[in-house]
Design a protein around this ligand. Structure first.
Ligand code: CP
Length: 314
């Protein structure tokens, strides 16, 4: 059961809430590939996606998660919306809310945009990524994938390598993994690892081989060129030689370690193409798990909202 109307960050979730999403996602996963198991459990519920930044997997997986449960879904086409005539984000959200939309999944370049909207609307707001702050649904699918592959978070050694400063995925994952009892090491170029993540309980390491040593999970992160105002390293080839994950680096991880990446991957930069396509890679599984986790989130928010409505009528 979830406590809040909105899902804005891993920061706000208790361990029991994270585990209930993971446990329900396991059930939902069976429904993705087996049509006979699918249910119309969210029939008559409505979802809109509002993506002010580009997306393939998050946006489409919200759509699929909704369709697989019988919801009605629409996307706000930001480029042709009245935002282009100057309508504010809050007025846009209130307008959609008055149409009776139940759930809004929003991605925005500004930190806190989903939190702002959540205060003004009755609909449940789901953060699909806000600036460099949080990407909670990505983190939940990452946590689910680790749990599925490793069976426990207790003392799990997770190493995350890449553009940590600009990564809302890293931030959400550090918060979630520390809550769940895992050990987190962050590694990468010093210029991409300056934001005080030690305060969240992560170990920071500037040597990639040392960071990977003994890891159960190795996660690469995309170099986010779109968020870099000035170059944080001279060129991509040099970056990949020093900080990229290749077979030699990965061989230092635990024998049964898995490779993860939230994707999209810059092949040949963060990861070699061979590692991406190898059987130690869980990257494709993460995509499927993303749909399952979002199915679970929509269902649990619906259950919470129904229960609050019922108790308010008593
Ligand atoms: N991982 C992720 O958020 O991917 P998209 O940008 O394609 O949604």
């Amino acid at each position: 059961m979830l406590r809040n109307k909105d899902l804005l960050g891993i920061k706000d979730l208790e361990v029991s809430e994270i585990m209930s999403i993971i446990n329900l996602a396991r059930l939902m996963k069976q429904r993705i590939n087996n049509k006979s198991l699918r249910q119309q459990n969210l029939k008559n519920e409505t979802l809109i996606t509002l993506f002010y930044e580009n997306s393939t997997r998050t946006k489409v997986s919200f759509n699929m998660a909704a369709w697989y449960q019988g919801m009605n879904v629409t996307d706000l086409e930001v480029a042709t919306s009245s935002m282009q005539k100057g309508e504010s984000l809050i007025d846009t959200a209130i307008t959609l809310d008055r149409m009776g939309i139940d759930y809004m999944a929003i991605r925005h370049e500004k930190t806190g945009a989903p939190h702002l909207i959540a205060k003004h609307v009755a609909a449940s707001i789901i953060n699909a990524g806000d600036g460099a702050n949080e990407h909670p649904t990505q983190s939940l699918l990452d946590l689910y994938t680790m749990y599925e592959k490793k069976g426990s978070f207790e003392d799990l050694n997770v190493t995350i390598i890449g553009d940590i400063n600009h990564s809302r995925v890293a931030r959400s994952n550090v918060i979630g993994l520390k809550k769940l009892g895992a050990n987190v090491t962050l590694a990468g170029a010093g210029t991409l690892l300056t934001t005080g993540m030690e305060a969240l309980g992560a170990r920071v390491c500037f040597d990639v081989a040392e960071a990977v040593s003994g890891a159960d999970v190795v996660m690469g992160l995309r170099i986010q060129m779109e968020r870099q105002n000035s170059g944080s390293f001279p060129d991509l080839r040099e970056y990949s030689q020093i900080y990229g994950i290749n077979e030699e680096i990965f061989s230092k991880a635990a024998k049964d370690a898995i490779l993860m990446h939230p994707a999209p991957v810059n092949r040949g930069v963060e990861l070699t193409p061979e590692l991406c396509d190898s059987n130690i890679s869980a990257i494709d599984e993460q995509v499927t798990n993303g749909v399952a986790v979002r199915m679970a989130i929509l269902t649990l928010l619906h259950d919470r909202n129904k229960s609050v409505l019922k108790s308010s009528r008593r």
